[in-house]
Design a protein around this ligand. Structure first.
Ligand code: FPP
Length: 245
């Protein structure tokens, strides 16, 4: 079996993606295949979150954004939403020390205000406790949907325009970026989606304009550090032209 250092040998630390977004898909199918409840899949999925965040930090990636709960996920059965929120809260609390030990700064993108009060409280505590960490930024996309994010930005910009704080010519692509949840965060260089689905599912639609996309057939609970590193190597072999020749 290859060790971590063998696998990492061909990874160029100078050409790592600065920001990796991950659509963690396939928890339900992972559980179904084993005749388990969907929530078991989410439970194993949160273990995969731990290992990928640890790997990204060790490798020197500066930002990771995980799609943990979409605006559309509110339409799932109440019991599944509850189970996801419980797992999320557990994760935030159990990782607090590790976040500080490894320099991980926690941030949330999405409609934070829609989250249950207890989850929100723990999130805010962790965000505050990790605010000075600067090795990696971990964005959890929670109650996140790109169309909602863009709508909200348009509304905020319209109010400023109406109040004459902005002229029409001030409304640029950069200004729009500055009104998104990801304000100040570079666009993702790489977006990984697990479970073999070829969709962005309302994830970072504005920010993904020039992202490299990688679709892995692996169901999220089975996603490993080694596969993550192989995907980073694939990214390093791509020719990114940003619309130029
Ligand atoms: C998609 O699988 C996954 C989700 C909707 C939630 C992702 C949540 C986790 C990985 C666990 C908790 C998160 C953290 C940050 C600790 P699916 O249920 O849509 O799978 P399916 O498409 O196979 O049904």
């Amino acid at each position: 079996m290859k060790s971590d250092s063998d696998i990492e040998t061909h990874l160029d630390p100078e050409r790592l993606p600065a920001h990796v977004g991950i659509i963690m898909d396939g928890n339900g199918r992972w559980a179904k295949k084993r005749l388990l409840k969907r929530t078991k899949g989410h439970e194993r999925g949160s273990q995969a979150v731990r290992s990928i965040v640890t790997a990204a930090t060790r490798l020197g990636i500066r930002t990771v954004t995980l799609y943990a709960f979409s605006t559309e996920n509110w339409a799932r059965p109440k019991a599944e939403i509850k189970a996801l929120m419980v797992l999320l809260k557990k994760y935030i609390i159990s990782e607090r020390d590790a976040f500080n030990e490894h320099g991980i700064r926690l941030n949330v993108i999405g409609q934070k205000e829609r989250l249950p009060e207890d989850v929100l409280r723990e999130l805010d505590t962790s965000i505050k406790l990790t605010q000075h960490n600067d090795r990696i930024l971990l964005n959890l996309a929670l109650s996140y949907g790109a169309r909602e994010e863009i709508t909200r930005a348009v509304q905020a910009i319209s109010v400023k325009f109406k109040n004459r704080e902005l002229d029409l010519s001030d409304i640029t692509s950069d200004l729009i970026s500055d009104h998104l949840y990801t304000q100040g965060i570079p666009d993702p260089d790489l977006i990984i989606r697990t479970s073999g689905e070829y969709r962005l599912s309302n994830f970072l639609l504005w920010q993904a304009a020039y992202s490299e996309i990688y679709i892995s057939p692996t169901l999220w609970p089975d996603f490993t550090e080694n596969e993550f590193i192989e995907i980073l190597k694939d990214f390093q072999n791509r020719d990114r032209r940003f619309g130029k020749v």
